[in-house]
Design a protein around this ligand. Structure first.
Ligand code: AGP
Length: 606
């Protein structure tokens, strides 16, 4: 996730900005840049790579000055490169930005007509041009930033400086931005760790705030230009705590980031009023000619594919075969040019998934990747790519990557269904409407996290767990069991509930807790019967459902009720309590949650 910082005061801005950027490195980034103001001139230096390399480069150019902005970029629009790195400039306006500008294409076209020339592939570049455009029309600097902010759709936290003015301006909507309050100087940043060395007095800017900083101090305006007051908070976190946003582990932070990760993945792509999905200029082949879809991935991403199969087959009526990437190529799969291969990967660098891509390409299939990392091998080398905008995932256990992958698969299914003429506008509006409610519903689950923590306390000492579910809930329990085993080292296995009688039921006794995912859907009654079977063998049931009236709720040991959604989106909601259960058990057991033993974040060897 991008990090922004800005400084104005009497000290050398360069050192302060570089130190602050280094404190934001944990967020993950692929390029970095800095702009420093010195006597009416702004020098911009940026490059692909690490902050230390940027520092070397800037030092070699003798950068100097007492006001500046800087940025670490996690690419969302345009590959990681010098030209796409921030800060971006238009005439004497220089900007750093965190977030996604939904209407940038529209703004870019308009500004181009007015003579503005663009040099990057980013959404951000429209911001300095828009501000510059307002200046050309006679507005002052503050008003130009405010009017530009009024036109931006999507999310932004921006830092703006101008050659002609020793003033720094910040603005925010739906992306975090804080102000460090110090006598005679000011620092802004996207996160607290960046400023903690200088101050623990923090203002959290609110949506639509415009903050103006100069020699004498600062003021904050609302989007209409009225002065507003914001509380100054005293932060008591240590640096390490601050990097994790006050959470004990990155995994917990990432679980709690899921409402925003999904919102970011939807931004600019779902048009509920028109019943349309737009997927980043994706050029798919003629879908009427696609006879079969393959979905291939590893680990958690494989589970997302299994969920995709349920969505695609029931809605698109195209056969879908899901494969584990490490198995795929060795069985010489029968693929041809009438097939589409969908590869799902957080990192875009998983060796077996890359090998599966080659297999598909060699056999002339259309290859589409769904990735979280821009510029990764799968993103670059597939015929088409759709990005999950989950932001960097640092915990080894995949959480927000998983739920954003399901989000993308659902959007892709709607997109394909519309092209195939399978949905009318009303049906699409309804499904998109449900999708848009998902971040809010996840938040409802997160608000009840302590109930799951309570459950974790009750079951943390058991040595084995069984996870069961039916239909689309089956891959969800596979993912739930994977989460528990990888971070707590407790044996957990998942079965389709209907398979219990074919073997695993032999394991059930009072020492074998069974996690059951049983929302109200077409297999509800059948799953109730499976719960009966477990109870008859004195098994302990942890029930996860979407109704307060589940007929087994009174008879099982523990129940957690989730918000309701439609069948295809249920796995996103169900993922959250199962992630939390695994997390809290592992945390209580004291394992290394973010870096579990023997595991790597990205498996780049076969
Ligand atoms: C799950 O929590 C793991 N981190 C792992 O299974 C992961 O999903 C798998 O290695 C695939 O990684 P990818 O999505 O980066 O390809």
């Amino acid at each position: 996730m991008c990090g922004i910082v800005g400084y104005i005061g009497k000290k050398e801005a360069f050192n302060i900005l570089i130190d602050a950027l280094k404190k934001l490195e944990y967020r993950g980034y692929d390029s970095a840049g800095i702009a420093v103001w010195n006597k009416g001139k702004i020098e911009v230096i940026r490059q692909k790579g690490k902050v230390d390399e940027l520092k070397e480069l800037a030092l070699s150019k003798g950068i100097k000055g007492t006001m500046g902005i800087a940025h670490t970029r996690w690419a969302t629009h345009g590959i990681p490169s010098e030209r796409n790195a921030h800060p971006h400039r238009a005439k004497d306006i220089v900007v750093v930005h965190n977030g996604i500008i939904e209407n940038y294409m529209e703004l870019k076209q308009r500004l181009k007509k007015e003579g503005h020339k663009f040099t990057s592939d980013t959404d951000t570049e429209v911001i300095p041009h828009l501000i510059s455009n307002y200046l050309e029309k006679g507005h002052d600097f503050i008003d130009a930033v405010r009017l530009a902010a009024c036109e931006l759709k999507g999310s932004y936290a921006i830092g703006v400086i101008r050659e002609k003015d020793r003033t720094m301006i910040a603005a925010k909507k739906e992306s975090p931005l804080i102000v460090g309050v110090i006598d005679g100087e000011s620092i802004i940043a996207s996160d607290i760790p960046a400023v903690l060395d200088m101050t623990n007095k923090i203002i959290f800017l609110e949506d639509n705030d415009i903050a103006i900083f100069n020699e004498t101090g600062f003021k904050i305006l609302d989007i209409e230009g009225n002065t507003v007051e914001r509380t100054i908070h005293t932060i008591k976190w240590t640096g390490a705590m601050a990097q994790k946003g006050g959470y004990k582990h990155f995994m917990l932070k990432e679980i709690f980031e899921q409402p925003i990760a999904i919102t970011d993945t939807l931004i600019g792509r779902v048009k509920e009023d028109k019943g349309e999905i737009e997927l980043d200029d994706l050029k798919l082949p003629d879908l009427r000619k696609i006879k079969k879809i393959w979905m291939v991935a590893c680990g958690t991403s494989y589970h997302a594919c299994l969920i995709g199969k349920y969505m695609f087959e029931s809605n698109l009526k195209i056969p879908v075969e899901v494969d584990i990437a490490s198995e795929f190529r060795y069985r010489d799969p029968i693929i041809n040019k009438e097939h589409m291969l969908i590869l799902v990967s957080q990192s875009g660098e998983t060796a077996d998934t890359i090998a599966a891509m080659k297999e598909g390409k060699n056999k002339n299939a259309y290859v589409l990747s769904i990735c979280n990392v821009l510029g990764s091998t799968l993103a670059r080398d597939a015929h088409g790519v759709i990005f999950t905008h989950a932001g960097p995932e640092i915990g080894v256990a995949s959480t927000k990557a998983f739920t954003t992958q399901i989000t993308v698969l659902f959007m892709l299914m709607l997109f394909a269904g519309k092209r195939l003429g399978l949905f009318n506008t009303r049906q699409l509006q309804e499904k998109i409407g449900e999708l848009r409610k998902i971040p809010h519903k996840i938040q409802e689950v997160l608000n009840n996290a302590e109930n799951i923590e309570e459950m974790a306390r009750k079951y943390m000492t058991y040595k084995d767990f069984l996870y069961i579910g039916r239909g689309i809930n089956y891959p969800s329990v596979m993912e739930g069991a994977l989460k528990l085993k990888e971070i707590s080292y407790i044996h957990a296995e998942a079965y389709a509930a209907g398979e219990m009688k074919h073997g695993p039921i032999a394991l059930i006794d009072e020492n074998f807790p069974v996690v059951v995912l049983s929302p109200i859907d077409t297999t509800y009654q059948k799953t109730c019967s499976n719960i009966e079977e477990v109870l008859a063998r004195r098994g302990k049931v942890l029930l996860f459902t979407d109704t307060t009236e589940h007929e087994m709720a009174q008879r099982v040991e523990s129940t957690f009720v989730m918000p309701k959604t439609i069948y295809e989106l249920q796995p996103i909601i169900s993922a959250i309590p199962l992630q939390l259960l695994a997390y809290y058990i592992a945390n209580l057991l004291g394992t290394d949650v973010d870096q579990p033993r023997n595991l790597a974040k990205s498996v780049t060897v076969e």
